[in-house]
Design a protein around this ligand. Sequence first.
Ligand SMILES: NC(=O)c1ccc[n+]([C@@H]2O[C@H](COP(=O)([O-])OP(=O)(O)OC[C@H]3O[C@@H](n4cnc5c(N)ncnc54)[C@H](O)[C@@H]3O)[C@@H](O)[C@H]2O)c1
Ligand SMILES: O=C(O)C(=O)C[C@@H](O)[C@H](O)[C@H](O)COP(=O)(O)O
Ligand SMILES: [Zn+2]
Length: 353
Amino acid sequence: MQKLTVKLPQNPYDILIHKGLLNDIGMQLKKVFHYNKISVITDSNVDGLYGGKLIEILKENGFLVNKIVVTSGEKSKSIDTAQFIYHQLLDYQHTRKDLIIAFGGGVVGDLAGFVAATFLRGVPFVQIPTTLLAQIDSSVGGKVGVNLDRGKNLIGSFYQPQGVFIDPNLLKTLEDRYLFDGMAEVIKYSCIKDEKLFENLLQIHSKKELFDRLEEMIKICCTIKSEIVQRDEKEQGERMLLNFGHTIGHGLEKYYNYNGYTHGEAVAIGMYHITVKSEILGETEKGTSEKIKKVLKKFYLPYKIQEVEKERLIEIIQLDKKKEDGSLNIILLKKIGQSTIKKIDQKEIEKYI
Ligand SMILES: NC(=O)c1ccc[n+]([C@@H]2O[C@H](COP(=O)([O-])OP(=O)(O)OC[C@H]3O[C@@H](n4cnc5c(N)ncnc54)[C@H](O)[C@@H]3O)[C@@H](O)[C@H]2O)c1
Ligand SMILES: O=C(O)C(=O)C[C@@H](O)[C@H](O)[C@H](O)COP(=O)(O)O
Ligand SMILES: [Zn+2]
């Protein structure tokens, strides 16, 4: 069992990583949660695969369990779905002492975390992430939220879980598209902070090799994220680096109304594209975008931007949360493994698209 601790002064918590951890979840939960009533929030796919097993284990360990299932997919990350969950919680008489378990990918984690942050002004929650993306990124760090019709993650909070329980065995059932989607965020970490990880990714030549290295990769990514979050929980500075590729990525997700690219795919295009531009502008070491293209192709991720209506994309990007009166913070690479935050005039974003 690997254990990392996110050392936040107000609410430190552990991230446990272990193949087969789900079987042991009842015992692990008892260490962080001392009451017995739980609401599990999950999506329709995860419920079909693992819902029965989780509920059974929780009941065997003496917990009273309420299961709330939402439709799978990004469209569920909405105020409407949050409202549906609030009512389910009220019907169950879920109180401030009771626990929410977010059991699913990044959509469920962000949504259930948002509900936990707001229901009764805050109830405790833990994350049991089931996609690669959620195991290496979204379950850690406390960014919770929902989308608005006008843009990604526009409503939300920083609300930390009481614990993160990662079972890499759950990834065996992931569709390839979502396995590689998660790899986009792994590539992001390597680009912003870890050249060695980037080089190691280039040495992976098959899905089997990828699976053999997943546990180690999850640990590396969670370590990078925890360290950044410890230094800058509320994204006043360094945490913005975790948004490399997201300015354009989030714009593209919304541009196609969350029906075109997955989050990771959109971020992949965003990372490549901004790096092509920053290279031309002399802000990034030459050859960096080619290296990114190579690693994206290796994991079947897109890199080219499709024909888009540029004005419309820029309009969406203006809603990015990294802006402050008239200027926008964008994330650029100096080279692989070294990143920087650049403040530009909002109008200058055109140069990077
Ligand atoms: N809070 C953060 O820090 C953070 C970080 C990165 C991404 N995100 C958010 O995460 C979301 C994307 O998350 P995602 O990529 O996990 O998508 P997702 O939650 O939609 O999951 C992808 C698909 O995989 C299915 N699935 C989940 N676990 C499975 C399993 N073990 N086996 C088989 N199928 C499974 C889901 O039902 C879904 O169809 C986006 O909304 C993004 O904005 C948040
Ligand atoms: O944890 C963070 O900080 C991140 O930026 C991680 C990103 O991968 C993630 O997609 C996050 O949800 C983006 O947040 P936003 O503030 O740009 O909405
Ligand atoms: Zn992301």
